[in-house]
Unconditional design. Structure first.
Lengths: 251, 368
């Protein structure tokens, strides 16, 4: 926390990860500001997942530096893990546990006190309008509710950064819209949101986006600025243009 | 509230909520004891026997009566020569024949080796060899008595199944069954439950959390250790109450070795799950990688001695083989660690290697 700028949530410099001769992440450099909604875009196999794994402390980089919430990814991954929340594209809750049991489990994992868990559970369920469902097994909830619940649970320990790996895949448009409202609420409370998505309309909701192609960041900026620079009408168009040369490569 | 107890509670809830699996896991061992004990028993009784006696006299009649006196044999034919045997075997009228040499009694009396030919219907190899050994045992008993009367002229080799003189198959299968049950619960259930978390994506959430990999694994598998342990107790108790299978050695030692074997199987399960990402593959992997060897190569059902050497060699790396030896030693022979330390050390080394490999592959998995 000493050297890092407090207004920067994530700081990556020439971050690189190789698997044998394959370079999954190739010298990427970017900053994410505190409270920012940062869209991390790229085709499948572009290296997004590897980058997220490095930033969440699951994978050590081959070279380069990165600090997440002020902590070094090489040496302080344990600290990083306490400061971040994570929600994967797959489902993040246990379907055979009730809503309350899921929340209690995560509360326990993040060392919250019983009191904190109780208080935050009430607050969260009120906000989501899910008070009735507290004793329901998660599998009985509609997908949209589950997704919103999973996001809220990822924020239960009030992390400073939350990583969302394609959180809205397979969700209907209305639920997606509601989900993004939750993202904005979290950002408004000061949580940094690092989100990957396949939906280019969602990219427009982000404060800033980066587009990864074959391990490199090919574009970085606000959606409006990028559209202007590439003289396109939509992020979708820009994405296709950037990704085309290697569109066939996917892992 | 601690993270670890939270994990334990969560895993218990998974198990308790999945009633059907729990039911299968608890009742399968109990059912298997019954199945193996009654249905799949390899003891044979009432073998239809032909006794071929070309020159009957008091001695040969005594031998014939001995056969007739056992429950195992039913004397269905007494023949002067072996001519009709082929046809009798073919029609199934007899299952086994004991053919005496021409001047059997004479040669015996003169101290010359007298030959007996035992022919068994081996169309079912297991019962064939069982029938053969029954007959040989009767003949050996007869020889021994004869030798004693004649002043100990002949020395007869001991019967092979020393520790199971009544040849009750339930005595032999229960130790193997314990290995089998522990393999299913520890290896199969662990592999499935770990890959399930991968499949549903919750494993990633756990990995990204401040929990240490070791906490995650232990939190997941501890519940299965408990179930495995309970199953062992159930199987031992049931075997004892229903089939009077003895427990001649120390129960404590048996449970300790059981725990060691649970660890071995658990690490196998973790290893399998770290190589696979779907429950289906994990299940097939666990079946092929642990259950089949446990059934086929542990000596549980098929004697290792009668296998060709490549299989005998492979059986040495099957942990179940060593556990079966240990469990049989404790239950049937009543021996302790002073006899079983070698097998225990082998199992211990296997466990250490497997735990190391499992932890390593879990780390790699975590990194990749």
């Amino acid at each position: 926390m000493t050297t890092a700028d407090r207004s920067v949530a994530i700081e990556a410099r020439d971050l690189t990860r190789k698997f044998g001769t394959f370079t999954a992440v190739d010298h990427i450099t970017f900053d994410v500001a505190v409270g920012e909604v940062f869209g991390f875009l790229g085709a499948n196999g572009a290296g997004k997942t590897t980058a997220i794994r490095i930033l969440t402390g699951l994978l050590a980089p081959t070279s380069g530096t990165a600090r997440v919430a002020g902590h070094d990814v090489y040496t302080e991954s344990e600290w990083i893990k306490r400061r971040i929340g994570y929600m994967s594209q797959k489902f993040s809750l246990y379907e055979d546990l009730t809503v309350a049991e899921n929340i209690r489990l995560y509360g326990g994992i993040y060392d919250l006190t019983r009191e904190q868990v109780r208080e935050r559970t009430t607050r969260m369920l009120e906000r989501l309008g899910l008070e009735q469902a507290i004793g329901t097994q998660v599998r009985a909830l509609p997908l949209g509710w589950r997704q919103k619940l999973a996001f809220s649970v990822a924020l239960l320990h009030e992390p400073s950064i939350v990583f969302l790996d394609e959180p809205t895949s397979g969700v209907d448009p209305i639920t997606r819209r509601q989900f993004w409202e939750l993202i904005y609420e979290a950002a408004a409370r000061g949580t940094t949101v690092f989100v990957t998505t396949h939906y280019m309309d969602e990219a427009e909701y982000c404060d800033r986006i980066s587009i990864m192609v074959s391990g490199r960041i090919e574009a970085l900026g606000t959606p409006a600025a990028l559209k202007e620079r590439f003289s396109v009408d939509s992020i979708d168009e820009m994405f296709v243009r950037l990704a085309r040369p290697t569109a066939g490569i996917a892992t | 509230m601690s993270a670890f107890t939270g994990l334990l509670r969560k895993e218990s809830l998974h198990i308790l909520r999945d009633r059907r699996t729990l039911f299968v896991v608890i009742f399968m061992p109990i059912l298997q004891v019954i199945l193996f004990g009654y249905a799949i028993r390899t003891d044979i009784s009432g073998i239809r026997l032909a006794f071929v006696d070309p020159s009957p006299d008091a001695t040969t009649i005594e031998l014939r009566n001995r056969f007739a006196a056992t429950d195992a044999f039913r004397l269905s034919r007494v023949l002067p020569n072996s001519g009709p045997l082929d046809q009798l075997f073919a029609s199934g009228a007899i299952q086994e024949a004991v053919v005496l040499d021409n001047d059997f009694a004479n040669r015996l009396a003169r101290g010359l080796p007298a030959r007996v030919l035992v022919v068994a219907d081996a169309s079912e190899p297991n019962s064939g060899s069982a029938m053969e050994s029954y007959a040989v045992a009767v003949i050996q008993g007869f020889q021994r008595d004869l030798a004693a009367r004649a002043g100990g002229v002949q020395i007869v080799a001991e019967a092979r199944m020393r520790f199971n003189p009544t040849r009750a198959s339930s005595n032999l299968f229960v130790p193997g069954l314990i290995a089998f049950v522990l393999t299913i619960i520890s290896a199969l259930m662990t592999a499935i439950s770990l890959t399930r978390e991968k499949e549903t994506g919750t494993m990633e959430i756990l990995l990204v959390s401040p929990l240490k990999p070791l906490e995650i694994i232990v939190g997941k598998v501890l519940a299965y250790v408990v179930i495995g342990f309970v199953s062992v107790l159930l199987v031992v108790a049931e075997a004892r109450l229903v089939f009077a299978v003895p427990l001649r050695g120390s129960l404590l030692l048996l449970l300790g070795e059981g725990l060691l074997y649970i660890l071995t199987s658990l690490s196998l399960g973790i290893l399998i799950s770290s190589r696979t990402s779907s429950q289906r593959v994990a299940m097939i992997g666990a079946l092929a990688g642990t259950m089949l060897p446990t059934i086929l190569l542990s000596g549980f059902i098929f004697p290792i001695e009668s296998m060709p050497w490549p299989l005998r060699a492979i059986s040495n790396i099957v942990p179940a083989k060593w556990f079966v030896i240990i469990a049989r030693g404790i239950m049937l022979k009543g021996v302790g660690l002073d006899y079983l330390w070698q097998e225990t050390v082998i199992l211990l080394v296997m466990t250490i290697v497997l735990v190391a490999a499992a932890t390593r592959s879990f780390r790699i998995r975590l990194a990749a």
